[in-house]
Design a protein around this ligand. Structure first.
Ligand code: 13P
Length: 249
């Protein structure tokens, strides 16, 4: 059985004052059925891990360098993130692909570095609106899956997040049929490449304008194992009902 995963991506938001949100989640979800993950900005990672200690909330980083160490000013390696308290790292988010010109091969190299350091990876993918309108969604996803995911995964160390770019921060959410189609497709492609046992262990998250008001409907979809939540993860009062909906799904 795959453990459901509620992951909050704070993006470039949050200073010390926001650590109270992690404290609140920790208190509210003792004994949660779902795994709970917060990806704070790197500047807060270590302090967030101290706050979260011995509770149900684990920490993720939002990116890493592909290498272990070296002359890369401003970059942070997976080893360093693990040392700061992360157990997961989000890779290939569409904002990184757009802002930093990251391509599938970069994401794959970072994923290899992260796995080697013992982090689990959350690899993001999704189509632009024009690609969906041109009926190219599954082709885009197939390419991103093939290009971004390294060979050396065991299933449990990989999470795939389907985040249609047009749904991120827009309040627009794909229909249940559209999410179902993409998630079923991802599971089938993983099975084709890695075999049934590994494919069944990979968690598939939906991301893009997830809120308490749409979470129950999304979590009822068979191949949705949780969510990657942006805006609605910043405040415990918004994220908490999403976690509760996932626990009940
Ligand atoms: P929103 O939930 O704000 O749409 O962001 C989704 C996202 O990009 C999570 O990584």
């Amino acid at each position: 059985m795959r453990r459901k995963l509620a992951a909050g991506n704070w993006k470039m938001n949050g200073t010390s004052a926001n650590l109270a949100q992690i404290e609140a989640l920790k208190d509210a979800h003792v004994g949660a059925l779902s795994e709970i993950l917060i990806a704070p900005p790197t500047s807060l990672l270590h302090r967030a891990s101290v706050v979260a200690e011995n509770g149900p909330v684990a920490l993720a980083a939002q990116d890493c360098h592909k290498g272990e160490s070296g002359a890369h000013t401003g970059d942070v390696s997976a080893d360093m993130l693990k040392d700061a308290g992360a157990t997961y790292v989000i890779l290939g988010h569409s904002e990184r692909r757009a802002d930093h010109d990251e391509h599938d091969e970069d994401v794959r190299a970072k994923a290899r570095g992260a796995l080697k350091a013992g982090l689990r990876v959350i690899i993001c993918m999704g189509e632009e609106l024009e690609e969906r309108e041109a009926d190219n969604t599954l082709d885009i996803i197939a390419g991103q899956l093939a290009g971004s995911i390294p060979d050396d995964i065991d299933g449990e160390n990989l999470v795939v997040a389907y985040e249609p770019i047009w749904a991120i921060g827009t309040g627009k959410v794909p229909s249940v049929a559209q999410i179902t189609e993409v998630h079923d497709f991802i599971r089938a492609r993983l099975e084709h490449r890695f075999g049934l046992k590994i494919a069944r262990a990979v968690r598939l998250l939906y991301g893009g304008s997830v809120k308490a008001s749409n979470a129950t409907e999304i979590f009822a979809i068979e191949n949705v194992d949780g969510a990657l939540v942006g805006g609605a993860s910043l405040k415990a009062e918004d994220f908490s009902p999403i976690i509760t909906a996932l626990d009940k799904s």
